[in-house]
Design a protein around this ligand. Sequence first.
Ligand code: ADP
Length: 332
Amino acid sequence: YSIIDRDQMQGLQNIRAFLKIRTSYDVLPLSFRLIVLDTELLIRKSLAILIQNNIVSAPLWDSTNSTFAGLLTSTDFINVIQYYCQFPDRLHDIDQFRLGGLREIEKAIGAQPIETISVHPMKPLYEACIEMLKTRARRIPLVDVDDETGREMVVSVITQYRILKFIAVNNEHNTVMLKKSVREIGLGTYTNLQTAHMSDSVLDVIHVMVEHNISAVPVVDASNRVLNVFEAVDVIPCIKGGVYDDLQSSIGEALSKRAEDFPGIYTCGEDDRLDSIFDTVRKSRVHRLIVIDDDSRLRGMISLSDILKYVLLFGEENDAITPDTLSSISGQ
Ligand code: ADP
């Protein structure tokens, strides 16, 4: 048990203590916009709105009952695509689907129902993180109840990235204590990695993402050198015209449709330490880190959930994500 180990544990514990005294509300900037979509909206139109506003997800609102109706994410569009694959002759119907009909689509293809979980903005941030890990949600809506009307109010949505950035910005004195390397702590996934080639079709990659329940697939060349990453959100521009034919086009073509302000892909080496990963999170909009060797060959993938899980649960009595351990940790 070295000093490095001791510091690492201390740093993690300090961060956990910090997350327990901060709320989700603290993560929100002073002013922000929130785009909420009505469940009556056509799916086709919702795509155009997301693209126009340069966002990849939005909370849904059921105005007939004045209730929050879940979060629209790229997973929903992937579900629509799968539906199209199973029922190609229903293309005309698909064009007429409304956001409220996403449930029917899920049922028809036997997908997991979209998450309707939410957290109260004044609850400890730690609880929101646990909730995210438990449900594998990448973002979580903050829903409050209006005192006067008793109605639900969607306040905002927080993402894993925003939480990690909040940790990074406010805990520099703690993140510098995290001196163990990615390799030493086994951060990320290194076996059974799913990859794609530039010439693969968008549809091929979507199937890989669905089958393996992952939100990104590194694009490699013949010698396994990393060229790019295809992310679940990259499917949005591919179907915006309702032209499902675009799904047959190659990943290379699809990636060229990325918005101009695409933040780029981030890599690290297995000897990089967690403190330097937090430096990257502090400075840039990271969605995940691709672990490469000195020749840019793919070694592994570190998702934001891998980092969050390590930061919250490593060394806890039982660090497996099961509903039981999680409820005992969050004290519910
Ligand atoms: P998140 O849940 O943060 O969005 P991902 O869906 O990308 O992250 O990752 C979920 C899990 O799958 C993580 O543990 C991650 O390490 C692993 N993973 C991510 N991408 C791949 C891939 N291409 N092949 C195999 N495993 C992956």
